[in-house]
Design a protein around this ligand. Sequence first.
Ligand code: TRP
Length: 324
Amino acid sequence: MAEGRTSTSATKSARRTAEIAEFADAVLHGLSKRPRSIPSRFLYDATGSALFEDITRVEAYYPTRTETALLDSYGDEIAALAGDVETLVEFGSGSSRKTSLLIEALAGLDTYIPIDVSESFLADAAKRLEAKHPGLNVKPHVGDFMRTRNLAGAPRGERLGFFSGSTIGNLTHEEAKAFLENAAEILGVGSTFLIGVDLKKSLDILLPAYDDEEGVTAAFSLNLLARINRELDGDFDTTGFAHTALYNDGKGRIEIYLQSLTDQDVRVMGRSFSFGKGERIHTENSHKYSVSEFQALAQSAGWQPVKAWTDPADLFSLHLLRLA
Ligand code: TRP
């Protein structure tokens, strides 16, 4: 996929075609293998991204508001410890609310570089943040942050990385280590990195966050099947599958599935797939860490823990790391 700052409509439509081909490959392969699984990045089409925004406002989903409150309370302390940050690099352009709190706290900041695969999402975020922070240079970088090696043309400056929403928990431990090593490459020696990480906690709090009563998370999850129907000529009966969230204690993670409610056959791109009642498709993991577990992971990737902040109920953590 082309990577860079902007693209013409020709490269945009080529990218769209490539995206659909990639989605088709992932779905046909993922439904054929056992256990069945579809990579979680495909949850986030336009509809999925809008539904995820709704999840962040659901009462049972504590991560977004808790992380926002931590940034609000400790932004100045984070900024003081990070030093004279000139460039803020965000991995995945997150909610502009959290980013704005950080930008406001960083007095000497002059450039903000969000990295995201979605060009339209980046353009929106850039517009909002430019309007909100006059004088700030916003230089969006289109690309997959797991694969981006450097920010060509971006100012060097003192860099702070930002990776919010416990998105790092959606990676396996091995992937998270590889991500942290890659981020070290992008940000460079002497830089700092602020990462939001969800904490291990009671299942009474954890499970409803991934299966809320209002059914917002279920709608987000089931949109994947609707997306297959829309883009890959599928005939999934979206009422024939249930969103399922469980906690895998051994692996310390929430696992998300779509589970067949009956014996049924489904067609996708002319191919038939049989589901027995109770059979499921794995779509996401959300790993939970204690503060010390995450610090050990960061250290294994070369990052030194500077400080970690948690809320009074120990729901969520913010970690500041430095690359020595
Ligand atoms: N980063 C979010 C998290 O792990 C993603 C997420 C929240 C999610 N709710 C979900 C992914 C439900 C799939 C299904 O908390």
